[in-house]
Design a protein around this ligand. Sequence first.
Ligand code: MN
Length: 291
Amino acid sequence: MAVKKVEIIVQPGPAHFVGDGFRVHNFIPSGQRLDMKRMDPFIMLDYNSKFNFGPTSTPRGVGVHPHRGFETVTIAYQGKVEHHDSAGGGGIIGQGDVQWMTAASGVLHKEFHEREWAKNGGIFQMVQLWVNLPAKDKMSTPQYQAISNDNMRKVDLGKNGIVEIIAGNYQGQKGPATTFSPVHLMNAKLKSGGKAEFNFPANFNTGALVIEGNIMINGDEKVSTDHFALFENEGETFTIEATEESIVLILSGEPLNEPIVPHGPFVMNTKEEIHQAFDDYNNGKFGFLED
Ligand code: MN
């Protein structure tokens, strides 16, 4: 098997607020070379790098809004988020947990800092990733997967650290999330000097976001905190070595190779389907959710 080389290292762009609770750097689709086609099936990645939110009795976040046609995956590194949707899904996630919401045919949802956490405030750090759905599944029933850290499959690499699998496989172990197309998503938590090897099909679109620490990829590509490494679509294997204690989010997915027509909170395959989404939303077909 050949080495999968780094194609480009993308630095975090200027941060902006989503609602008043998420201060994010957008990597997908606005980061250099990280457009939806190149990253297919990953169509959005917002990264709330460490940010200190002060105490408040009114939790910050994003109010009720719709989604159709894809999945939203929230990965919590620090802080706590509470989520509710019109399909009855919801819950609280904290450090190390993940919520995987399949919007599919359509939901309304809201995302806020958890009330008790917000009272004290503190350092907040999260990733929100949107995974596109194949055309045949875009209008399927919404669902919600709460993936607590306890439920994640952990591959022990001994003195190197551990890999926590959210979805897909690592070294023959399988993560808990159900996906509609082949997607691998995992956190490598490496000790200083720790190494891990990864292996994904050449055609899968693959990247690594350094959440904590500093790493070296394939022995010669330095990637520092809050930077994103995009891999070439050639070769299969790469190694990550932590030059200090590090956390790295690894994503790799098989491209759907279908037309992508995004419009705000809807991502469909045709313009007509976008118009239909607006009609359905305006006609209350996404259900109801209290503010
Ligand atoms: Mn949302």
